[in-house]
Design a binder for this molecule. Structure first.
Ligand SMILES: Nc1nc2c(c(=O)[nH]1)N[C@H]1C(S)=C(S)[C@@H](COP(=O)(O)OP(=O)(O)OC[C@H]3O[C@@H](n4cnc5c(=O)[nH]c(N)nc54)[C@H](O)[C@@H]3O)O[C@H]1N2
Ligand SMILES: Nc1nc2c(c(=O)[nH]1)N[C@H]1C(S)=C(S)[C@@H](COP(=O)(O)OP(=O)(O)OC[C@H]3O[C@@H](n4cnc5c(=O)[nH]c(N)nc54)[C@H](O)[C@@H]3O)O[C@H]1N2
Ligand SMILES: [Mo]
Length: 632
């Protein structure tokens, strides 16, 4: 008999959907969106609708693998325990690196950090490849990083999608945006790349990649010149005169941004005719000047009077961990490795060198820049353990691979970074024989290492982590599905009190240097989210080389559909060229998440570089060029 079972999607996505699984005889036959969740809104994205081929793929790992050979769990865990304790005894715990990424956003994944903090404390990552720069920017400016309620967009007169592809990356914001537009809001997209989200907007500006800081300064200047700033801005902003002076320090901002002055003026006009919500995409912060760029957008929202009002806000992340209490996890790592510099720093670490790496919910070989260096760094360690459900590029570089559960088997607690609903995931089917959850794995490892802090069931951990003042109980989440929590006001900073030291917005006062590419590599490599994959997790087998999308005049005479090589200063890879006249002439667009094993990994081409602040990845500032296909 077919049964409907609900869970919450744990993927690294703003939407954290409530999933309805159709289960028959212990097998999931179909997935759909929960009609009762106001944000999930009865539908799932393509990649999760199509998750079942991955769930039931013959490539699913069901046995631990030691140097590529299946072994029993006892053998695997005895081996892991022996390696970890030997290396700790010989070199100290700093020689062990606990690397965890966002393969599952479940709150219980933090227990890996708890475990290694108690076993060590060991080396951990710093920064954040995804959002480090933007997070830091908002914390510096506002002292707090969160957003107005998602449905507050219905109060906006203008909405600016600033470097944000909602159709692909946050599809559940789209119905809300459509409702807002139906209700009379005007929406514009500012993105160097043409993508489907442009169709939702009445205006699409395509600035030069990395040109947004300059564009924001042009807009600020226009706001000041026209007298369109909030007359009370000086009451709630620090450094207003210095910020004004910065905006007036140049007259050629528009040239740098490659946007005409009338379009900069149009942005200023829409900010002035508020309430205007700026939805800041994660992409534009993944640049050398990414932190400064987000700070500039924060400043635009502030001086134009759009903070603390319904329909306004400069939203980057919804604070997804707000309802979780992780205070029991001591932050006392002896050393950190900056996530975007994973490969070079792992190779370079000394005193002690990193001898062992434990990898949870991440595929750094495919997803971190300079993939070949990441691969080499891992392969040259004494002991690398990867906990994953599939044989990824990173698992291939490991000594030991431990098979774990998928999102349909997950037993966890989830916040969201695109709205304020909290939910629980509950297994809709049990994991296959031979598969253990991250929690079980660490509990069994802990028994061998004398670290027993993870005692307890998943449910007990959920109880412990969920904050009492969140305005919802675990039982309620289990019975009724995801609920909006009580710790986020509908309008952030409603009294224009900010969480900075002075209680005021901290406006930026200086400009970053401009990003330029060399004439040898004139195209910005932009490897972006695709609807067909979650980072490196693809539901379909890919065939042939990756498709690179360029303007026909950027194709070096290579015809549409033809094979070619895409080359950067450090590597090259085969591609198939697709012409698209809607794109700028200085971008080369690839899907992110291709696998190194298959020669499809964009990160092979990118150098490991960090953003100006916050330890983000400067992922889209690598220059590349197209060359004719190699004949070999
Ligand atoms: N289908 C799918 N959904 C996903 C993911 C996925 O892999 N697949 N990944 C998830 C993850 S990990 C995250 S963090 C989120 C967000 O995932 P992201 O891919 O970060 O999503 P966006 O915010 O849409 O940001 C990308 C946009 O930023 C733009 N951009 C890049 N550089 C610049 C610039 O200099 N200026 C401007 N104005 N724009 C720029 C790009 O052109 C692109 O349209 O989505 C999640 N959702
Ligand atoms: N060139 C380029 N590079 C990028 C980006 C880009 O836009 N361009 N985007 C960046 C961004 S935004 C991000 S967030 C990162 C993402 O980088 P990663 O977080 O490394 O992304 P995934 O490929 O999703 O890898 C997560 C792994 O976790 C595994 N996993 C899933 N569930 C579980 C679980 O419950 N337990 C365990 N142990 N494993 C699990 C999955 O099978 C998968 O192999 O990549 C970054 N890299
Ligand atoms: Mo991300």
């Amino acid at each position: 008999m077919r049964e409907l079972r609900k869970t919450v999607c744990n993927r690294d996505c703003p939407d954290a959907c409530s999933i309805v699984a159709h289960v028959e005889d212990g097998k999931v036959l179909q997935l759909g969106g929960d009609p009762r969740h106001p944000v999930t809104h009865n539908f799932l994205c393509w990649r999760t609708n199509n998750f079942l081929p991955l769930q039931y793929s013959p490539g699913r790992l069901t046995s631990p693998l030691l140097r590529g050979k299946p072994v029993s769990w006892d053998e695997a865990l005895d081996f892991a325990a022996a390696q970890l304790s030997r290396i700790r005894a010989e070199s100290g715990p700093a020689a062990i690196f606990n690397y965890r990424s966002g393969g599952s956003l479940g709150a219980l994944k933090h227990l890996t950090d708890y475990f290694f903090s108690e076993f060590g404390p060991v080396t951990v990552k710093s920064g954040d490849i995804c959002s480090g720069a933007g997070d830091e920017a908002q914390l510096i400016d506002f002292g707090e990083e969160d957003a107005n309620d998602i449905f507050d967009l219905l109060n906006s007169r203008n909405i600016i999608l600033w470097g944000k592809n909602v159709v692909v990356s946050s599809p559940h914001t789209v119905p809300v945006l459509k409702d807002a537009v139906r209700g009379g809001a005007r929406m514009m997209l500012i993105d160097p790349v043409w993508h489907k989200s442009a169709k939702l907007c009445d205006l699409h500006l395509q600035p030069r990649p990395a040109g947004d800081f300059a564009l924001a300064m042009a807009v600020a200047r226009a706001l000041f010149e026209r007298g369109w700033t909030d007359p009370t801005a000086g009451d709630y902003c620090d450094h207003l005169p210095q910020f004004r002076a910065l905006a007036f320090s140049r007259t050629d901002w528009c040239e740098e941004a490659d946007v005409t002055p009338d379009l900069a003026l149009e942005i200023a006009r829409r900010l002035h005719e508020g309430p205007t919500a700026i939805l800041v995409g994660w992409g534009l912060a993944r640049r050398l000047n990414g932190g400064a760029t987000v700070r500039a957008l924060d400043a635009l929202g502030a001086i134009s009077g759009n903070l603390g009002v319904p329909g306004g806000g400069v939203s980057y992340y919804f604070r997804r961990r707000k309802t979780f209490d992780f205070s029991f996890i001591q932050k006392r790592a002896p050393r950190t490795i900056l996530e975007p510099l994973f490969g070079p720093q792992l190779l370079g670490a000394s005193d002690p060198p990193v001898r062992a790496v434990w990898i949870t919910a991440g595929n750094p070989v495919a997803m971190l820049p300079e993939s070949a260096t990441v691969d080499r760094a891992l392969r040259s360690r004494e002991f690398v353990c990867v906990v994953d459900a599939w044989m990824t590029d990173t698992a291939r570089a490991a000594t030991l691979v431990l098979p774990t559960s998928t999102l349909l088997e997950s037993d966890d607690l989830l916040g969201a970074y695109g709205h304020h609903w909290v939910g629980v995931s509950q297994p809709v089917v049990p994991p296959p024989d031979g598969v253990k959850s991250d929690l079980e794995i660490l509990q069994l490892l802990g028994e061998r290492l004398g670290v027993d802090v993870l005692r307890g069931s998943a449910r007990q951990w959920k109880e412990r982590i969920l904050r009492r003042d969140a305005g919802l109980s675990l039982a309620q989440l289990e019975e009724q599905g995801p609920q909006r929590h009580a710790l986020a006001p509908k309008v952030l900073f409603a009294d224009r009190k900010f969480a900075t030291k002075t209680g005021r917005v901290n406006l930026l006062t200086s400009a970053p240097s401009a990003t330029t590419l060399s004439a040898d590599y004139p195209l910005f490599l932009m490897a972006l989210s695709t609807d067909k994959a979650q980072s490196s997790q693809w539901s379909q087998e890919l065939e042939g080389p990756m498709v690179v999308t360029v303007h026909p005049l950027a194709a070096q005479g290579i015809p549409d559909g033809a094979p070619a090589q895409l080359r950067s200063a450090i590597a090259s890879m085969p591609v198939r060229v697709r012409h698209d006249e809607r794109q700028r002439r200085d971008v080369a667009i690839l899907p992110k998440g291709g696998h190194l094993k298959d020669g499809r990994c964009a990160n092979l081409l990118s150098r490991a570089r960090a953003t100006d602040i916050g330890g983000g990845g400067a992922l889209y500032d690598e220059g590349v060029r197209l060359e004719p296909a190699r004949s070999d």
